[in-house]
Design a protein around this ligand. Structure first.
Ligand SMILES: Cc1cn([C@@H]2O[C@H](COP(=O)(O)OP(=O)(O)OP(=O)(O)O)[C@@H](O)[C@H]2O)c(=O)[nH]c1=O
Length: 631
């Protein structure tokens, strides 16, 4: 991949995204950047009137968000990240700055101001390079912004309120999400689309290129700053063309070369430097030709080719409970971990080094220790532990995927090849032994817990008084729902083998009264009465025929006004964009009779059973949500 030389500069560094925005996480993940997410606690309360221009406010807020995280990590965890990225998106119209609406009325006010007009979306970004000297945090701040102009059509009151009731505006600047339903309001976009979504990726890469690829001295030009710096492309950059591609060396060189040309925006500000850089040095075309072959490396293909190695390293580290050991006792040397878990020292050391290079561990002079993400997601008792799902991936999905070729040739599941048994029923496979059942339930619990909040809040469900989560397994989503909607009573309906085994997964210290568990088979038994039927990761297991059987049963017991809430990975209609969901569909091929479906496909299935007003919400999390109502 041509961009790789730029983003590749961050490989091996401890990169932290100081943002809770799922969109920013997705944009950076999609380009293969490895980073930890540590949302900033900085409150967006800077006095706007103190800033001469709105973009200065966005840049300063981005900087403060990132600095807060850098300081907190340094002080509280005594762990200094290498790079912290912060961002802040604002919308401006009629010289007013609009941030996220505080409630529906506020969203109404914002959207009605935007109706029929052009407005600007500014995202300020801060890239902070951190180091620690004598235990003091040192920071170098690179700050920039990007502007995109967006025009809305005239919005009728009805459309406006329908959009507000979808829930989409609430966590978004200006009260809309251009990437989802909000896209329907937009007449045109001038500039970087991703900047509107929350992160100006193109400008970010150009900024990294400036930081890491200074031009050879004879090529130095000084440019006045504008919103996009004058690096026309980063496609032909590679290590070979610069005299120094290292941030620190480049920084030192840049101070020497700075001739003090003035910039309009004071954008490029090394906080702790005695001199403030105000000019831009931009790399020109690669004249040496040295790096041509490196730039042409098919990085994306190479990454995919080796992707399984990284997955397996993660699986094995989880299986050997390395993250659990390090959480309790870290930092530890390889030899100590090997002794603890009874493995070879040489093999363990290689695995630990690989995990550190993949950003899962940190290697220090005292030994290896967990990153924050490892503590949260990879330990078996982490707050959002994915341990169960990872073990399931290793023990169950991996053998199935080794038979992908047969699955593609035959168009059917491969359980007989992977496990040497012909199972008549999908779930009989999982429940034939206690150990496999426990593993499967832990896996489903991991994902349900991680996605529960986004699923529960994708739509306002407060009009429903009772819900039945069909195939709700351990009740992770049900427990989240009753926290968010205190008047809701939720029944979890699942197979008797599952219900018999739920106690291990129940939350401690939480009132569980509004959640009840009922055992049964939703294809064969009567369904409990409810206003809302929930099917989370259920329909993707089944063929259209079986789905019709299930939906007609639900339809038969649903009164008008009652609804269905689906949580699935929703494919785009052309099935060409969402690679995680498309790979999940292959996962369904190797092990079930189902598949992942697009929004239109789900709509078609639901409408055939009298469920209309189908609304789809892409959450940015692993599951998207569809709500419809029986008419
Ligand atoms: C205009 C627009 C904005 N957004 C989101 O609006 C939030 C802005 O708020 P922020 O304060 O910059 O960020 P945050 O979400 O509070 O996160 P944090 O960085 O932790 O402050 C970000 O999420 C953006 O994606 C969209 O998803 N789509 C759009 O079309």
């Amino acid at each position: 991949m041509l961009l790789n030389p730029v983003l590749g500069k961050l490989v091996g560094k401890r990169v932290v995204l100081a943002s809770a925005s799922p969109r920013r996480q997705e944009i950076l993940t999609n380009v293969g950047l490895r980073f930890e997410v540590v949302p900033s606690w900085f409150k967006e309360t800077l006095e706007k009137s103190l800033f001469a221009a709105p973009y200065e406010y966005a840049m300063e807020t981005a900087k403060q968000k990132a600095l807060e995280v850098a300081n907190r990590m340094h002080v509280k965890h005594l762990r200094t990240p290498d790079v912290v990225i912060g961002a802040d998106t604002i919308v401006t119209v009629d010289e007013q700055i609009l941030e996220k609406p505080v409630d529906k009325q506020d969203a109404y006010r914002m959207l009605s101001r935007l109706s029929g007009k052009e407005h600007s979306v500014f995202t300020g970004v801060a890239i902070i390079h951190c180091s620690s000297k004598d235990n003091q945090l040192e920071t170098d701040v690179t700050n920039f912004y990007e502007e995109t102009k967006v025009k809305f059509s005239d919005l009728s009151e009805e459309l406006l309120w329908e959009y507000i009731h979808s829930g989409e505006p609430m966590d978004k600047a200006g009260g809309y999400g251009i990437q989802a339903l909000g896209g329907m309001l937009v007449e045109y976009v001038h500039g970087d689309f991703l900047n509107v979504v929350g992160f100006p990726l193109n400008h970010f890469c150009k900024k990294l290129a400036e930081l890491y690829y200074p031009p050879p001295k004879h090529n130095i030009q000084h440019k006045k700053y504008d919103s996009i710096p004058s690096v026309d492309t980063f496609e032909n950059l590679s290590d070979g063309e610069s005299e120094s591609s290292n941030f620190t060396e480049h920084k030192a060189a840049s101070k020497l070369d700075n001739s003090g040309m003035c910039s309009s925006g004071a954008i490029y500000n090394y906080e702790n430097s005695s001199s403030v850089r105000t000019g831009f040095m931009v790399p020109l075309e690669n004249q040496s030709g040295v790096s041509e072959s490196a730039a042409k490396l098919p990085s994306k293909i190479l990454e995919l080719m080796d992707g399984f190695r990284a997955s397996k390293a993660l699986f094995v580290a989880c299986k050997l409970k390395i993250f659990d050991h390090l959480k309790d006792k870290g930092p530890l040397k390889a030899v100590d971990i090997a002794n603890e878990i009874g493995t070879s020292v040489c093999g363990t050391e290689r695995l630990l080094d690989a995990c550190a290079a993949l950003g899962l561990l940190e290697k220090t002079s005292q030994g290896y220790r967990n990153t924050d993400s490892a503590n949260t997601y990879l330990t078996s008792d982490g707050e959002y532990s994915l341990h169960g799902y990872i073990i399931h991936s290793n023990d169950h999905v991996w053998p199935l995927f080794t038979n992908l070729e047969s699955a593609v040739k035959e168009g059917s599941r491969q359980n007989h090849r992977a496990f040497g048994r012909k199972a008549e029923d999908l779930f009989k496979d999982y429940y034939h032994s206690w150990e496999v059942k426990q593993r499967f339930m832990a896996a489903m619990h991991s994902i349900a817990h991680l996605t529960a909040r986004d699923v529960a809040t994708a739509f306002d469900l407060s009009q429903f008084k009772s819900a039945c989560d069909l195939g709700g397994c351990t009740g992770a989503l049900a427990h989240e729902l009753v926290q968010i909607y205190p008047n809701l009573k939720v029944t979890v309906f699942d197979l008797p083998e599952v219900i018999a085994n739920i106690s291990y997964f129940q939350p401690s210290g939480q009132c569980t009264a509004p959640v009840t568990f009922v055992s049964g088979d939703f294809f064969k038994d009567n369904l409990p009465e409810a206003d809302l039927y929930i099917l989370s990761r259920v329909l993707h297991d089944w063929s259209d025929e079986k789905i019709h059987v299930l939906l007609s049963k639900i339809s038969a017991v649903c009164k008008p006004g009652c609804g269905i809430l689906l949580a699935e990975m929703v494919l785009d209609d052309e099935k060409k964009n969402r690679s995680t969901a498309l790979l999940q569909s292959l996962n369904m091929l190797v092990q079930t009779e189902g598949k992942e479906r697009s929004g239109s496909e789900y709509r078609g299935l639901l409408e055939q059973h009298g469920f209309t007003n189908v609304k789809i919400r892409l959450t940015g999390n692993l599951l998207d949500v569809i709500l419809c109502v029986k008419t």
